[in-house]
Every structure is written in structure tokens, then in C-alpha cells.
Design a binder for this molecule. Sequence first.
Ligand code: ARG
Ligand code: ZN
Length: 848
Amino acid sequence: QEIFLKDYKKPSFTIESVNLTFELFEEETNVTNIMKFEKLDESADLVLDAQELELKEVVLDGEVLGSDRYTHDEETLTISNVPQEFTLEIRNRIYPQKNTELEGLYKSGDIFCTQCEPEGFRRITPYLDRPDVMSIFTTTVIADQKKYPILLANGNKVHCHESFNTRHGVTWHDPHPKPSYLFALVAGDLDFITDSFVTASGNDVELNIYVDKGNSDKADHAMKSLINAMKWDEEKYGREYDLDIYNIVAVDSFNMGAMENKGLNIFNSAYVLADADTATDANFMGIESVIAHEYFHNWTGNRITCRNWFQLTLKEGLTVFRDQCFSADMNSSEVQRIQDVKALRERQFVEDASPTAHPIQPKSYISMNNFYTATVYEKGAEVIRMLHTLLGEENYRKATDLYFETFDGQAVRTDDFLWAMKEYGEFDLEHFKLWYDQSGTPSLEVEENYADGKYTLTLTQNVPNKVDGSLQKAMYFPLKIALMDKTGAVAEEKMLIISKESESFMFEGFEEKPVLSINRDFSAPVIIKHQDVDFAFLMQHDTNSFTKYEAAQEFAISILFKLMEDIESDISEYLEAFGALLELDTDLSYKALLLELPSISTLMQKQDVVDFEPLYKAKDKLSYEVAKKYEAKLLKLYFQNHEPLNSALDSKSIAKRALKNRVLSLLSALESKEIAAVAKEQYEHSLTMTDRITALDVLESIDAELSEIAFNDFYNRYKNNTLVMNKYFALLAASPREGVLDRVMALQNDEVYDEKVPNLVRSLIGVFARNYKYFHAKDGYGYKFLSDKIIEIDKINPQMASALSGAFKIYPKMIESNKKLMKATLECIVSTQGISKNTFEIVSKILK
Ligand code: ARG
Ligand code: ZN
């Protein structure tokens, strides 16, 4: 059953207050739910969402209703003839211990926890489970005192009940009206760290991070990130926190990264726990950004929420933009921007070119869970960034102030946000809105003309057709460019407004043809098509760190495609330009990015018909030539920056690790004994997980024997730490060595592996599905393996299964032989009896 944006109707009832009581037991949980309703639409029946609930009693204004007074089916509880105002008390039973979908109330190990966004609350108790119904929640949690000493819910703690026998209870009250998707509850035997934050207006906020017993020494970085985020939101957006307490709980079984429940964030433990011995530098950055993301939601998501789920990007696109800017301020802004764009292209561009492409504001869905996508999040963030670029920092701040003032406490639409932007911006709002309604990545063809001192730039937009084949219109966006002279001096720097299908811009007063630097800072999420570019020049002279990086990538890409045509092609010009990068005196983490060769995913996107074999061949060849030519220089760079005993997390130390590990990876193309020995040494003597992971990865690609020894050591050292074991599985699933599928299959029987834990499934199965060489093997076994897993996991956790199905998105672009094999396995999935609507929606779209 498909839900459409155009069918949206306002709710017929409001809920003034909700009073919930949870009695948690080892077999079942009893829920008592007392709601005060007001009817807005005279003739309406009360239709509550209710899924997999055992109904015990329904009491309306004190009167117990007979079963003839209501109807209860798979999805709803309906009561007709209700008065204008009334109190409804519902008692129902649920079974969190059996909840493997990890939606609603469930158990992660020994911890009771919840995940309600978008529609999990209806699996807890009957409710108007939609974001535009906001209410005031009071929650009492009662459980065994020994097993569950910590009892948490949203808001402020208002009462600790006297314990009775072995049981105790706590009542929480959240004064801010909120939709049900922000409800949360936690019960467990947890350690915690505590700190505090004084807001700009002087309120003292207690901050707690709860973790599994024994892990409290791994939460400091998360706490520091939280405090930085609170301060940043006050300074950058004028937004303060609004409760006396802010709680974060880390759990191991979680479908996503984290959840912004009011006053009680619940996190995948991967985004909380870290120390240098067990987490990589990238993990530390990930924690900083996700902690901030969830905190920022308090204003962009919670105080102002979404009218319906089609508006998801209103909170997600905006909050991702906010967390990206925060990370840029905390670290290197140029590195941050490149990494954000890389992530966008590797995930979102691929999605936008696939059968599941959708606008950042989708028009319909079968399962809303399928729309927490790179498009809604990351492309959504790029759209907000374009608004920021169009308005400028100062006006953008005025516009967001207006947005917060106007819509605080309401459930609103992306249109409402755009209205506030338009109040302080001069841009064509109606035209810009197409970004919310159209799918696909626009491309921009560049044509240059130069004569008599005049330079003309002609830009032609091409917006791909919609998935259904219909045409789409040219977009409106800011495009930052610069024109340079032959010494690299910038003669002209401009932000162009692109709004037509094709248009020309003229610049005068040049002595010779200037060099173009286009889409600086990646000011618009488009693909630039530009022939005959002097990449080597831009790699040396471009003054914009993004376009300089871009030139290095594009140069490598063009050479790789040349190698695909003829593996003996002349690549000397590229090698020379690469050599110049090695000499470059610049920030080391930026340099590490400049030296990276394009990913297989990047290359695949440039093929009309995807065939991975020639891509790998070309990339192997180029990697080898680079490493051979610069072996001595690379080794020197490695040893200059290798500090095995330095596990500090300051930016200099992180940058040094990034650079020397990049260099080591480049050198691995030589597959030499010498490099293997360097990697072995690094594995054995470095103090950081960052270094160990790179060393393992390099050993795995060069030397099966050394690799096995190191992996065994790693396993024995970390087998009791699931977060680290995720890395172990992921490294082996990404292995470039023959026979990876057999090894992945065998690893499923490892005692650490557990198909019910999403992180482990993502690490082993999910990573294998992105190991293109083996997943797309010509014998079809990769496809068969994944589709069997999808069908199996779908019965446990449909969200996980549908996420795995994403690996098949590339189907229509594959070469014929692979397509045939894929088709058979995909048909097998959709025709499986009882397949979830999550998985069905994705796979049927791919097949269409
Ligand atoms: N709102 C959460 C976040 O972005 C993600 C929740 C995702 N939930 C889901 N069922 N897909 O921080
Ligand atoms: Zn979010």
C-alpha cells in the first residue's frame, strides 16, 4: 500500500497529554496509556495506529468498553461515536524480548530500549502515530531493581517511586509537546559518565552518557563533542538547550546511527565508544559528527518538527548541513568539505542514477523506513548549503532566526523553511524549489571561447529524466567560478546564478585565454562536463582547495579511462603531475586526500555500461606505476610521518597518520616483501587502531601468510570487543584476495558473529556486497549469496534486509551477463512468500 503526499489530511483529533506506565518483565511488558483527546472534526471516528499489540482493556471516560464498541485489526484500533473531549485509557501487552525488528520497544543485550522513528510507537501502544500530533508525555517505568537500576525516559526526572518487593519505578515528565516518534525509554544496568553545561542564559544542564558496564572510560570523546556542539549551536544559531538534563545511551543493537529522542538520545554504540587502542581517527570524527547531529535536532527536528514524513529532509537535510559545518569548524574545513562531497558522490550520486532515485522530498512511499536515504540526508544538506551560499552567512542567520521564531512548537513543511529563507534572500524561490521535487543529478556541460581579450563561458544543463521516463526541468543554483592567468593569479572570481538550460557569460580584458576553475567549494551538487582541461595546471595552481583536489581526481580518472582502452597508454604526464603533488607543501591531511587515487565506485559511475573487470585492471596498473616510479619518495614520506608511539588526537598527529597511511596503501601496489615488512612492523608496534587497520589491510592485499598471522593476533586480542570485531569482519569481507566469498561464508559461523546485530551484518555481509570484484563475480555466486541472506534476514529484521538490497541498485547499468544473473536472484526475492514491504519496495523498484 502506497502513501502519497498529495493525500495528506490534517489529524481529526489532538492529544493534550499522554500518561504512560511501563511494567517491564522478563517475558512481557505491560503498558498503560492514558490520553486526553479533543476532537477537531465532528464526524470523525478515532482511528489509532496499533501494530502487534495484545489489547487488554479499553476504558473511555471511566467506562470499560465491550469489544463491540471498538474494532481492532492488524494495523488499527478504531472507536466510533466518541465525545468532543474525553480520556481514553488503554492497557496492552507487548513482547520486547521477541522484537528482532528493533523497532518499538526491544532488547539490545540486557538493555531495554526503543526506536520509534518513524512509525515504531504504534508497536508500543495504540496512538495517533504521526508527526503532526504533538503532545505532552509523562512516563513511568517500573522494573526489577537489581537487573535494571537505571530507568530513563524523555524530559526531566520528576519522581522516584518507593521500591516494592524487588521492583522500583521512576517517573519522567517532558514539558515540551512532541510527536510520538521522539518518545524513548531505557532500562538497564549501565555505567555512566556525567558532566554539565551552563547555557548562555545561565541554566545548568546535567549531561550523562550511559554505556555498558566497563565501558565508561570510552565515552569521554562523546562527552567532549556534546559540549562543543551545545556551545556551537548557541554561537552559530543562537539556539540553547531547553531541559535540565540531557541523556545519551549507547546500545549495541541499533538499525541506524543514532536517534534524537527528546532529552534521551539513543545511539548505536559505534558512535559513542572510542579510545585510541580500539577506534580509528575516522571513528573519532564520526562520533563528533553524530553526537552533534542528534544534539542539533533538538531545534531542527524536535522543537520544530515535520508535518508528515514527506518533509523528512526539513529536519535531516538541515541537520546534516549543520553537523557538517560544525565538523568543519572543529577540524579542517577544507578536508571536511572534500570528505562530505566524496561521501555524497559515493552514495547519493549512485542512488540518484538508480531505479530508486527520488527527490529529497519524495512524493510517495510504501515503507517510510526506506526513505532515510543519502538523497534525503546528504543531497538535502547540499540544497540547504546552496541556500546558505545564495543568502550569505549574515542573511542566512537572520532567516534561520525567523524560522525558529515563527515555527517553534509546530509541525511544518519544507515550504515553511523556504519562506523564511526567501524573506532574507534574493533568489527565484519557485525555480529553486525544483530541488525538492526533481530527482537525478544535473550535469553541466562547459564550453569556452576566447577571442580578442574576451572570454565566453557557455554552460548547458542536462537534467536526467525521472525514473518513470518523464522529462525534468533545468534547475536554479549558485556556481562559484574563478578565472586565472598563466601564473595562477586569480583575475576574476564570481558566483554565477545558473537558471537556464543553456546560457553564456562573458568576461573581458584578458591578454590571453584564462584558465577556468569551476564549481569551487562544490557550490552545487552537479556533475561538471568539461573537455580538454589542463588538470596538471589546476593541480598546481588552483587557489580553491576543493577544485584543486578535483583536478587531481579528474586527471587520474581520464588516465584510467585511457588505460582501459589501451593498458600500454602513455601516462607520463600524469605521473609527473603526481610527482609534483608529492612535493607540495600543504596541510598533511589535505595532502593525504590529494594523493588518493579515484575509487572504483567513482569510476563505475562514469561507465555507461558497468563492467568492473577492466576498471580494476586499469586501477591496478596505475597504482603500480605510481608506486614504482615514486617508491623512494613515498618511503621517505612514510618514515617522515610515521610515529608509532604517538596516539594523540590533535590535528597534527591525525594528519600525519592519514598521510603516512595513504602512502603505505599506495606502496602496497608493489606487492613487495619490503612493503609487507613495513606493514607488519606497523601492525605490531603502532599504538593506534588507525595504524593497525591500515597495516592489516595492506598485508591482506600483499601477503596471505603474514596476513593470516596478523589477523589471528587481532582476533585473539579483540574478540571480546564487538565494536572492534566489526572492523575485523569488514576488513576480511573487503579483501582483494581470491576466495573472499568462501571466507565470508565461513565467518558467519564465528562465535562472535550474530545475524541479529545490525553492525555485524553490515560489517560482514554489507561490506562484501560492496566488494565489487567478488560480489559481481561472473559465476553469480556473489548475487546468490546476498539474495539468500536478504531473504533470511528479512524474517528477522526487514529494515536490515532492505538496506542490503541496495547493493543491487546498479542492476540496469550492468553488462548483460551480470544483469541476467542479477535478475534471476532479484525475482527470487520479490516472489518470496511473506517478504516484508521494506524489501519488496526496494527490489521491485530495481526490477522495474
Ligand atoms: N532521525 C535519526 C537521525 O537522523 C535517524 C532515524 C532513522 N530511523 C529509521 N527508522 N530509519 O539522526
Ligand atoms: Zn538526523
